[in-house]
Design a protein around this ligand. Structure first.
Ligand code: URA
Length: 274
């Protein structure tokens, strides 16, 4: 085996280089740096690189979503006040361009069920299925809601159903406080015109909006509050857990059951008073 001057084999030396991470030859011919300085290898600097043109990302086309301001909240109040019937209110809502959510939604989800029913249920905002059909609570949460109503002897057509926000927020995101403010005059007027005897707020956002309370839904649920309409009606409102939450957390259904039973009892009391 060929030996180096120090006595080790060249194979050992190559192995050592490999372990040391020296695994690439710089030149085809070896350079003896210990020998008398000779001509240094001709290492040319790399040619200058052409600058890569910077392409700015394509601009998104402008979406016709106006920035809401106080004037638009006033416009929403005006439009809602102008409506003298629920059908007029639906038309006012469909013509109202002041809320950006309208421009991303496919449909306006105004209401389902029967106006004038004793019980009105109010959720937060439409989801995907509701947006496609233009009706509140028709997706999976709506199906659970139907079963909860059936459990207290009510069909969907015996109640009136709406949302605090009538347009689906993109990707089901939480509506901003401003979007909620822009839609509030419409749901307030809808309650006033529908004249329910009792309200159920489904989930935290609807509960906060209808009671003015700031606590979470787990604290609010199961307690009666009073909702005051602009024309002086006082309507009892019971916050309860949202069906979508119950689908994710079935162990909480017992609380919603208690709330629905409380509504059943109160509706029965009302009917015996009539
Ligand atoms: N969740 C809501 O709050 N409303 C609907 O209409 C559907 C799901």
């Amino acid at each position: 085996m060929t030996q180096t001057s120090s006595g080790s084999s060249y194979e050992d030396l190559l192995l050592f280089y490999r372990y040391a991470g020296v695994d690439t030859a710089l030149f085809d011919t070896p350079v003896n740096h210990f020998a008398t300085p000779g001509p240094t290898p001709d290492i040319k600097p790399a040619p200058p690189q052409k600058p890569v043109p910077h392409n700015p990302p394509p601009q998104r086309p402008a979406v016709a979503a106006p920035i809401p301001n106080d004037a638009q909240v006033d416009a929403a109040r005006g439009a809602a006040r102008n409506a003298q019937t629920l059908e007029e209110l639906r038309a006012q809502l469909q013509a109202f361009d002041g809320c950006p959510l309208k421009f991303t939604a496919k449909n306006t989800c105004f209401a389902d069920g029967t106006p004038g029913s004793d019980l009105m249920l109010i959720g937060e905002a439409p989801g995907r299925d509701e947006d496609l059909q233009g009706l509140p609570f028709v997706g999976r949460s709506g199906q659970l809601l139907n079963r909860m109503l059936a459990a207290i002897g009510l069909e969907r057509q015996q109640v009136y159903i709406a949302n605090t926000i009538p347009w689906r927020p993109p990707g089901n995101r939480t509506p901003t406080p401003l979007e909620t403010e822009l839609c509030r005059p419409f749901i307030d007027r809808q309650i006033e015109l529908a004249q329910p005897k009792m309200l159920m707020a489904l989930g935290g956002p609807a509960a906060k909006s209808l009671t003015g309370a700031r606590e979470g839904i787990l604290r609010l649920r199961g307690k009666w509050y009073v909702y005051h309409t602009a024309n002086g009606m006082e309507i009892p409102v019971l916050p309860t857990l949202h069906p979508a939450y119950l689908l994710r957390t079935p162990s909480q259904k017992k609380f919603a059951w208690q709330d629905f039973l409380a509504v059943k009892m109160r509706l029965k009391d009302l009917q015996t008073q009539d």
